[in-house]
Write a new protein. Structure first.
Length: 182
């Protein structure tokens, strides 16, 4: 469930990052996944207090968060180079159904932990819906896309961008800094 008022301001660097319960290195918590959209809530020196779409919050090294641009502007019709969101939504639905089936098999005892891990190893799903706005992770392309219901455009990527070429995808804006730390 998306927490009320969540608006991504940053993404986690492409290699993921550690997180802490408090701005204290002695209190680590669960690390954050690569390119996870987060909202910057507060800063204390180099520390940044972030919130995720599900409401979970933590302290991180604010120096390595990747700022995201504002939402792409809405326009009438589908301009050249934008993608229809429906195929990617269908893939996300299938990945979620596959994960749900694996969880049900694990809960019923039909799978053990090792088999569950093997069955879910390559599943990656990312979706934030906030009214008409949507951020959707495309695991095949390694990028987050922003959608307004009619079209998708690249929001952040974990790959080096050389240009849109003939891929049929929206032009990609690389938001990760060139000399990334970690």
């Amino acid at each position: 469930m998306t927490s009320r008022g969540f608006r991504p301001t940053h993404v986690v660097p492409p290699r993921g990052m550690p997180a802490w319960e408090t701005p204290d290195p002695a209190r680590p918590t669960v690390p954050l996944d690569p390119l996870l959209p987060v909202e910057l809530m507060d800063r204390r020196g180099d520390w940044a207090y972030i919130r995720c779409a599900n409401g979970w919050a933590a302290w991180v090294d604010g120096r390595v968060l990747v700022a995201v641009p504002g939402d792409p502007p809405a326009a009438d019709g589908a301009p050249e180079g934008t993608a229809d969101p429906r195929p990617l939504l269908a893939r996300a639905e299938q990945a979620l159904a596959d994960y749900r089936a694996a969880v049900e098999a694990l809960a019923s005892g039909a799978l053990d932990g090792e088999d569950f891990e093997a069955r879910t190893r390559d599943l990656r799903i990312g979706l934030v819906v906030d009214g008409e706005s949507m951020w959707l992770y495309d695991p095949e392309e390694g990028r987050w896309l922003y959608g307004d219901g009619r079209r998708l455009s690249t929001y952040a990527t974990d790959r080096t961008v050389t240009g849109a070429g003939d891929t049929g995808h929206a032009p990609t804006r690389l938001v990760a800094p060139e000399g990334e730390r970690r």
